[in-house]
Design a protein around this ligand. Structure first.
Ligand code: NAD
Length: 330
């Protein structure tokens, strides 16, 4: 299939482009490189440096490339910034996405896979998180993702548009061959930060709160390998054949892992000591967020290849230790 990967130069998008190639599909990338890396995408993949809100340009690409479906990874994703500058998030994550969807309707492309987030659940009413729990985001970032999920339901009813929204938990790890991986500036994700501390690139790693009501007192999260995420995107496409299909899936492993367990796993994989400092809890950090990950595994031809945090961190360590400065293309 010929798939337009919007945000395909970013962390998760670039891994999905790779997986699409390996599965024999033909990805085409659109990315404005506001955050992504040209080097994360193989030179043979058609690449358009453009903004997804540029509707005429997107329509041209959809037509000229004879695109059959779209995977949409492009967004701003810094929760704190979304609180201080919400319009930036509504413009890019919602308004620009409306232009992309309009371009799809205008060109008759009606299969869409969307990067949503567990942040749409806010502070969950119960654990593990199932897809039917109320979605009550506690920050503008999560709200922008929920807004798009709702638009997708409306488009299914009005136009027979078919879509799947994946609510990711914590994307992590890197390609197994170590050639592409995570390179965010600024980096806010725990695993790359802990690895930076192991590599001596930062003095220590802060643990925000060690007095939560969790087994070791630190927050629990659900880490899923980026290639497992990517493969779910490909698997879902066969479910989008019927017009008006609207699917929602959690993408996590379902295993809660604490901040301390991540640090210990990095120490074990790298053989290096990670200095830590205990700090105050951060406002808005729920003690535990992990998925009930059964629905996607039951309904899609998809299996988790990296169920264990050590396996995930091994791939991340390979990437970061061989590319301590990332892609070095900025
Ligand atoms: N990384 C995670 O753990 C995680 C968790 C939940 C949800 N998500 C969602 O998954 C998606 C991908 O996350 P990521 O970590 O790969 O982010 P990323 O920043 O690495 O990738 C996003 C890509 O989109 C591009 N982009 C942004 N705005 C654009 C625009 N207007 N036009 C064209 N390109 C644009 C950026 O240049 C970048 O290459 C995001 O939508 C994010 O909200 C990520």
């Amino acid at each position: 299939m010929k798939i337009l990967v919007v945000g395909g130069a970013g962390y998760i998008g670039s891994h999905c482009v790779r997986q699409l190639q390996q599965a024999g599909h033909a990805p085409v990338v659109l990315d404005n490189l506001s955050f992504g890396h040209r080097k994360a995408v193989a030179p043979e993949v058609p690449f358009y440096q453009a903004d997804l809100g540029d509707q005429p340009e997107v329509e041209k690409i959809l037509r000229n490339e004879k695109i059959e479906g779209v995977m949409h990874f492009a967004a701003f994703a810094y929760v704190g910034e979304s609180v201080t500058n919400p319009l930036k998030y509504y413009f890019n994550n919602v308004a620009a996405t409306l232009h992309l969807l309009q371009a799809m309707l205008n060109t008759g492309v009606s299969k869409f896979v969307f990067s949503s987030t567990c942040a749409t659940y806010g502070v969950p009413a119960k654990l593990p998180i199932t897809e039917d729990l109320p979605q009550q985001p506690i920050n503008p970032y999560g709200q922008t993702k929920l807004d798009v999920e709702n638009v997708l339901k409306n488009l299914a009813t009005a136009h027979g548009f078919s879509s799947a929204a994946f609510r990711y938990f914590n994307a992590s790890g890197a390609a197994e061959d170590g050639t592409i991986g995570e390179d965010h500036t600024p980096e806010t994700h725990l695993i790359p930060l802990v690895i930076d501390a192991a590599l001596g690139k930062r003095e220590n790693i802060a643990i925000f709160g060690d007095d939560y009501d969790t087994p070791d007192g630190t927050c629990l999260r659900d880490y899923i390998h980026v290639d497992d995420l990517a493969r779910a995107h490909i698997a879902v496409f066969e479910k989008l054949a019927d017009p008006g299909t609207t699917l929602f899936y959690n993408l996590g492993t379902g295993t809660p892992t604490s901040v301390k367990e991540v640090i210990q796993a990095v120490e074990k994989v790298s053989g290096k000591k990670v200095p830590t400092v205990i700090k105050e809890r951060r406002a808005g950090d729920p003690p535990a967020l992990y998925a009930n990950a059964e629905k996607a595994q039951k309904e899609l031809s998809w299996k988790i290849k990296f169920p264990d945090i050590h396996g995930i961190i091994k791939t991340a360590w390979k990437w970061h230790s061989n590319h301590p400065e990332g892609y070095q293309d900025r």
